[in-house]
Design a protein around this ligand. Structure first.
Ligand code: SF4
Length: 237
């Protein structure tokens, strides 16, 4: 069984987001995503998946097919150096469910597995092999894909811990994110919920300006955390 993995897509680094921020981890970046977010920080992982057609028949030179055993071996070489956290990211991991379930069997229960997903597709059993689902539904999908996001969220939350990590780039985004977090929490309270400021908005000095009091009040009243990605700040991959 083969898994579509980005070239150099298995590496050791530090988790830069969410409740496990700062944790040394092995990352696995699978290829292809069903969305096309404008701020995507991994656009190189998208081209060989067309949301209308699925995976393209021609494999781009940016991704490679590895057997699930090869992927597990590469992860195990890195986890031998006392790393016990594995993060499966993309692209979109739920496009590879059978392969990732097989990988979960090979890795066993000694490692902590986080799966990062855009929460538009259900996990279909992958949640059983996941210790933390890090779900990032997009604010611009909340109206159009509302049902599929709620459905996917509930399916993840039935079988594993979930954290919500929503990227925001405007006050309107924050308003919609609050709606999302509150509605999703109605079904199952996430273990962690946070807003991640989109980097261009951060660079523009938004936090230094007039919105700060309103933002602090909002965070306190909704029990939501605010964060920026750690990787660009520390300049680690
Ligand atoms: S869901 Fe993630 S990987 Fe997919 S396009 Fe959006 S930011 Fe990129």
């Amino acid at each position: 069984m083969n898994l579509r993995v980005m070239k150099n897509g298995i590496w050791a680094t530090i988790q830069g987001e969410g409740k496990l921020i700062g944790t040394p981890s092995v990352f696995l970046r699978v290829a292809g995503c069903n969305l096309r977010c404008t701020w995507c920080d991994t656009p190189h992982s998208l081209p060989d998946y067309d949301p209308a057609k699925g995976f393209l028949p021609v494999i781009t030179n940016k991704a490679e097919n590895l057997t699930v055993r090869e992927v597990a071996d590469r992860i195990e070489i890195l986890t031998n150096y006392s790393l016990d956290h594995v993060v499966i990211t993309g692209g979109e991991p739920t496009l590879h469910i059978p392969e990732l379930k097989a990988l979960g069997e090979l890795l066993g229960r000694d490692v902590h597995v986080t799966v990062e997903s855009n929460c538009t597709l259900p996990p279909l059993g992958l949640a059983w092999h996941t210790d933390l689902a890090s779900l990032s539904p997009k604010v611009f999908h909340w109206r159009g894909k509302h049902k599929s996001i709620v459905h996917a969220y509930k399916a993840w939350a039935r079988s594993t811990d979930v954290q919500l990590k929503i990227v925001v780039a405007s006050l309107e985004d924050i308003r919609v994110a609050a709606q999302m977090i509150s509605e999703l929490s109605y079904h199952v309270e996430p273990v962690w919920a946070g807003l991640q400021i989109e980097s261009s908005w951060l660079r523009n000095g938004w936090l230094e300006k007039e919105h700060r009091p309103a933002l602090f009040e909002f965070l306190a009243s909704h029990n939501i955390r605010l964060m920026a990605q750690m990787h660009p700040i520390l300049k680690v991959a």
